[in-house]
Ligand binder design. Structure first.
Ligand SMILES: Nc1ncnc2c1ncn2[C@@H]1O[C@H](COP(=O)(O)OP(=O)(O)OP(=O)(O)O)[C@@H](O)[C@H]1O
Ligand SMILES: [Mg+2]
Length: 243
């Protein structure tokens, strides 16, 4: 899937948060997005996913050349756009297995239960949890790391064409980080592209993005390679933001 953001201006609660974002993610590419707190990264992820709270004042979002700006979130999901939340929400009364089955059916309506279970067991093994994990209510009482595991299970189940991963690494221990990064890497290929939002180069050392961008004050202030992520780690954002 090719994603194009064209001069996006977005407001929320009457406040301008994104002030002209342009970005092209080609099929097969992984882009990383870094930037100071409050710069607009999660807002951008919500806007791509189609969250109705965020108002697009100007600009366009195109998927494979077609505008999706009028498309509701569920249609974008059906198209293959996936968002992993920075703060996953609790779904009281909905077991994770039920949610995953629903997502799997969304992806492939003719999927049999046997095939679903086979894939689920493989995915559980990949991320290092047993079956009892998916019998729990989604994210209810989950630790920070368990919530991120649940996000990755959804990602593996949906096999989206475009994944926006908002701080998948926040709060993860080093071993879990490696396991989840490896699951993301397993999806890489010409039919998968991703926008990986993170504060730390450690995740990027595993995922190895093709491009790294810095978003600050609602604008992309720098773009480059992994070198940029390492520079940010060493020097912070001050130099980039004051340009
Ligand atoms: N629903 C909302 N209501 C009010 N303000 C919002 C809302 N969503 C975002 N904002 C504001 O927009 C700005 C950007 O927030 P956003 O969450 O996109 O930043 P971020 O770059 O993801 O930060 P962080 O690195 O801390 O996650 C902030 O000032 C935030 O308070
Ligand atoms: Mg954020």
């Amino acid at each position: 899937m090719k994603l194009e953001l064209r001069d996006l201006h977005v407001s929320v609660e009457g406040k301008n948060v994104l002030n002209g974002i342009s970005l092209v993610i080609n099929p097969g590419e992984v882009h990383a997005l870094m930037g100071p707190n409050g710069g607009g990264k999660s807002t951008l992820s919500a806007v791509i996913a189609g969250h109705p709270r965020y108002k697009v004042e100007q600009g366009d979002i195109l998927v494979d050349g077609k505008s999706i700006i009028q498309m509701p979130a569920y249609e974008r999901a059906r198209l293959g756009v996936f968002l992993s939340f920075q703060h996953p929400v609790e779904l009281q009364g909905v077991s994770l297995s039920k949610l995953l089955l629903m997502l799997a059916k969304l992806r492939n309506p003719s999927l049999s239960i046997v095939e679903f279970k086979r894939c689920l067991l493989k995915n559980l093994q990949n991320i290092g949890v047993d079956e009892s994990f998916v019998n729990r209510e989604t994210n209810v009482g989950f630790s920070g790391g368990e919530k991120k595991r649940a996000e990755v299970l959804q990602l593996l189940t949906l096999q989206p064409s475009l994944a926006v991963l908002d701080e998948l690494d926040s709060g993860l221990d080093v071993d879990t980080l490696r396991v989840l990064a490896s699951s993301v890497n397993d999806l890489r290929g010409s039919n998968f592209s991703a926008l990986v939002i993170t504060h730390y180069p450690r995740l990027l050392e595993y995922i190895k993005p093709d491009f790294v961008h810095v978003l600050a004050e609602g604008k992309i202030v720098a773009s480059g390679s992994m070198k940029l992520a390492r520079e940010v780690e060493t020097n912070g954002y001050q130099k980039l933001v004051s340009i």
